[in-house]
Design a protein around this ligand. Structure first.
Ligand SMILES: *Cc1c(COP(=O)(O)O)cnc(C)c1O
Length: 494
């Protein structure tokens, strides 16, 4: 099976290895499968008998046909092993009535990005070999928090790859900063930038577009690569847990094979919810996909009106991983409902005017599956408090947005279909804000919030965040953004 660019109406295709190595198509489009592999009821029955690793290898092998099943099984076994995901990779927890929480944060950085970033680096290394690449891949990342740490953990000690992460010195939380500064691994480097996230991101973009710099790297047998969320190698692993959740619901007796299930996804870049859509296209019995946003509700508006308009105020919220005005992966959905030519035109309009409007027909196709709701800051905090006080279940801020959206949907539609909400981060990753939703007694140091949350809720701090204040600091340099390219070169000289 091959891949196409969302903006190319020609028949040009690429192998999975090419797509994973390249990340973005030459025309600026995103890679999508040219056809969707199917999943029959009988095959689903078989998958239900397997563990997460077995389910993952099976689903991945349907999309990455130039990888052997044995290669994928080895990579999935290493990625989702017991040491990295103690107790299982994506456990499904019943919260109340028909509402379930799909906990995607049991990995090494306590956020759902691990589900993709533990597997993707292994797929990349194989892609380099399959495409005859002999140079070392240098991954550059600008991060506002979660992605940087998850990428560092995913790429650490992987052969043939080095990774360098830049973060804004005052733009990430205390816990996030410590998580990155204490990073271990023989092929990693972390550097803080004076300025905000845009400064870090612009610096990285500048390096990527600098031909001379690429030539210098080439002389040193290196080439630049990105760990960006638009890479198909990050999206494909996310399809697996929708299938897995369905299997778990069958195994628990909550549904029969063939019964419809809805999913609600706290959304930023639209990657996670798009993976659910692919699972539905494969034949997984999925009804509605509920797109949950915070007050940066550009997607709620798009799904309601068919107009995407980024000309609006940006809000900083307690669910920062969803603070986003351009949801890149939405382009993939547009491709499936409108085709390459119209997608290219919409993206051109977005770049020029910051907006585009889809046709009534295209909107109707999206409406068959998607519906959007948003939660403001008050509703988010209330969602945390209510679910903890009534059901003893603790959400992080992003998941709380999801549960609020899920309940709005149920209230408005009366739909009694089982509804699985993606839980995208451990509550401890955002301990201070979670604590604030539960009590007025919040310690002034955000690190103390971890212990305070644990003793208040009688829940355990997950292993990646345990004792984080006592770990040794491996990276402490802070530079101005003009010096980022020099920093990369001096890292390679080491
Ligand atoms: C990245 C992230 C999201 C958003 O996921 P997308 O795939 O970008 O839509 C939601 N919650 C958390 C905690 C995240 O880290």
């Amino acid at each position: 099976m091959n891949y196409k660019s969302t903006r190319d109406k020609s028949e040009k295709t690429y192998s999975a290895a090419q797509v994973i190595k390249q990340g973005l198509a030459d025309d600026g489009g995103l890679f999508v499968p040219e056809s969707i592999p199917t999943l029959s009821a009988a095959e689903l029955e078989g998958l239900a008998k397997l563990d997460y690793v077995g389910r993952a290898a099976d689903i991945m092998s349907r999309f990455l046909t130039d990888y052997s099943y044995d290669e994928l099984l080895a990579d999935c076994s290493a990625a989702y092993c017991e040491t990295s995901f103690p107790g299982g990779a994506a456990p499904l927890v019943s919260v109340h009535d028909n509402l379930y929480s799909l906990e995607l944060w049991h990995g090494p950085t306590a956020a759902f990005k691990d589900m993709a970033l533990q597997l993707m680096p292994r797929l990349l290394v194989r892609a380099l070999r399959k495409t005859g690449e002999e140079r070392t891949s240098l991954i550059l990342v600008a991060t506002s928090g979660d992605t940087g740490k998850a990428a560092l953990e995913g790429y650490r000690d992987i052969d043939g790859v080095k990774i360098m992460v830049f973060y804004p010195v005052d733009g990430v939380s205390r816990v996030q900063k410590l998580q990155m500064a204490t990073q271990e691994g023989s092929n990693v480097n972390v550097c803080a930038i004076e300025g905000n996230f845009d400064d870090a991101q612009n610096g990285v973009k500048k390096i990527f577009s600098d031909r001379e710099f690429a030539e210098k790297l080439n002389e040193k047998d290196h080439f630049l690569s990105s760990a960006n969320s638009i890479n198909w190698g990050r999206l494909a692993p996310q399809i697996v847990y929708y299938v897995s959740a369905y299997c778990d619901l069958m195994n628990s007796g909550a549904i029969k094979n063939g019964d419809v299930v809805n999913f609600c996804v706290p959304t930023g870049n639209f990657g996670n919810i798009f993976a659910a859509y692919i699972a539905k296209l494969m034949g997984l019995p999925v009804g509605k996909l509920i797109c949950a946003s915070n007050v940066n509700n550009i997607l709620t508006d798009f799904l309601a009106t068919g107009t995407y308009d980024r000309n609006r105020k940006f809000h900083c919220t307690t669910s920062p991983s969803m603070d986003i005005l351009i949801s890149s992966n939405l382009e993939r959905l547009l491709y499936f409902v409108a085709g390459a030519e119209r997608t290219a035109a919409y993206m051109e309009s977005l770049a020029k005017t910051g907006a585009y409007s889809i046709s009534a027909e295209e909107k109707a196709r999206i409406d068959e599956t998607f519906v959007g709701y948003f939660a403001d800051e008050v509703a988010t905090a209330e969602s945390i408090r209510t679910d903890f006080e009534r059901y003893g279940y603790l959400h992080d801020t992003h998941t709380a947005v999801g549960f609020d959206a899920a309940r709005q949907y149920i209230e408005q539609t009366g739909d009694k279909t089982p509804l699985v909400v993606d839980s995208t981060a451990s509550p401890y990753k955002f301990a201070a804000d979670v604590l604030k939703a539960l009590t007025d007694d919040v310690p002034s140091d955000p690190l103390d919030a971890l212990d305070a949350l644990s003793s208040l809720t009688k829940t355990e701090i997950p292993y990646p965040l345990c004792g984080i204040a006592d770990r040794s600091i491996n990276f402490s340099s802070v530079i101005v953004s003009d010096k980022m390219a020099d920093e990369v070169l001096s890292y390679l000289a080491k």
